[in-house]
Design a protein around this ligand. Structure first.
Ligand SMILES: Cc1cc2nc3c(=O)[nH]c(=O)nc-3n(C[C@H](O)[C@H](O)[C@H](O)COP(=O)(O)OP(=O)(O)OC[C@H]3O[C@@H](n4cnc5c(N)ncnc54)[C@H](O)[C@@H]3O)c2cc1C
Length: 117
């Protein structure tokens, strides 16, 4: 069976996460980015604290989003804990800061997180 083509517009973290979650055996996936490289804002973000997510429980976590009813089903399908586990699978170990935010362990640079897969 021939593969379906999927075009993703924009190469930010959301698009990269979507591309990673699609089955490359079933789809030809193309990402179109208007800037020279993918994930530039991600790399800018990495110059600061570079928290990847927050570890608080899902009830509280969902309240951070508006409208929370829209986001809740997505979070219950793929939670902040699932995200941490997925990062571990692709070689990015994380730790909890005192604020309970999740950071890559010391020594892992933003570009390494961006390129990990
Ligand atoms: C200084 C700074 C620090 C930050 N620190 C953190 C942090 O520590 N932790 C955290 O979780 N978040 C942080 N953020 C926020 C984080 O960067 C954003 O939440 C994240 O980048 C959003 O991802 P996105 O994929 O939704 O959008 P974006 O990262 O904005 O990606 C969208 C992409 O689409 C491209 N695009 C847009 N229109 C088109 C088009 N028509 N055709 C082709 N390409 C197009 C853009 O060029 C861009 O590359 C920070 C942001 C900034 C600015």
């Amino acid at each position: 069976m021939s593969k379906q083509n999927i075009a993703i517009i924009g190469g930010g973290p959301a698009s990269l996460m979507l591309a990673c979650s699609l089955d490359a055996n079933k789809f030809n996936i193309s990402i179109y980015e208007k800037n020279a490289a993918l994930g530039r804002k991600f790399l800018v973000a990495g110059k600061g604290g570079f928290n990847l997510t927050h570890s608080e429980d899902l009830v509280q976590f969902a309240k951070r989003y508006q409208p929370k009813e829209f986001v809740e089903p997505f979070l219950s399908h793929f939670s902040n804990t699932d995200f941490r586990n997925w990062l571990k699978q692709i070689g990015i170990e994380t730790y909890l800061g005192t604020s309970k935010r999740v950071f890559p362990v010391k020594g892992i640079k933003p570009i390494e997180v961006l390129n990990a897969h």
